[in-house]
Design a protein around this ligand. Sequence first.
Ligand code: SAM
Length: 283
Amino acid sequence: MPAARPMPDGLPPLRDVIAAHDLAARKSLGQNFLLDLNLTRKIARAAGAGDGGTFYEVGPGPGGLTRALLSEGADKVVAVERDPRCLPALEAIAKAYPGRLEIMEADALDFDERAILPPGTHVAANLPYNVGTALLIKWLSGASWPPFWAGLTLMFQREVAERITAKPGSAHYGRLSVLAAWRTKAKILFDVNRSAFVPPPSVTSSIVRLDPLPAPVAEADIRKLETVTATAFGQRRKMLRQSLKPLGGEDLLEKAGIDPTARPEQLTVAQFAALARALGSDS
Ligand code: SAM
């Protein structure tokens, strides 16, 4: 076999890193690695690495995206990885970029980002689907706004990306769309073919970028907004007067000025916020 070409960052190709550290992908950790540094650089640029600043990467794995963030210009990357097998590979990257990569072994779901990340941090991640969605909800539901992050650049299954960015009237519009549009501007930047991953996942993925709005679209208590969206979309084919019965049904809808025969996918984010406000302080 011909000798592998040296990488621009002087580090070995990711295939060699994976072989050297015995990083066979584990399904239980949702591991599908990106080995193409041209693609990881494209994601890093989409996350704004070219403008410098601090980046928070969740689940760096063998470090493909980490290397791209650093080589594209991130001043600093703080990376949180749950799998201890990946740490030696990440330490090698930290050595190649002195003082610019901080690695932590932790579960990102329990991690208190505000405690260590400066305001204006950019978040970039290629995560397992369930962890990515749970983290997105955590980052969108913070008690204070604007959040600690200046932008989220995240990989999702295409179908989840469509749900996050869906507009009213779309079959994909749901709880995630309302939550995302309430506090951010969210868009799909590009798709990533399954063949780009090792091992390939079963479906196409998409890179989603979310930029925080200076203030939410309309005033609402986040917990109440979650309650009304979960209850309404829990029975998405039913009229709201039926699905929202547990929360007050027609009385609640009248208080919020919403047609009781409407279905949840017809409501704008501002109307969901009005429902959340109408819920009152005892709900
Ligand atoms: N970013 C790498 C890439 O693009 O090749 C790895 C992507 S792989 C889909 C997801 C990574 O997230 C794995 O390295 C896995 O160990 C890590 N991970 C999974 N759950 C996590 C969690 N709760 N907290 C931190 N890392 C997690």
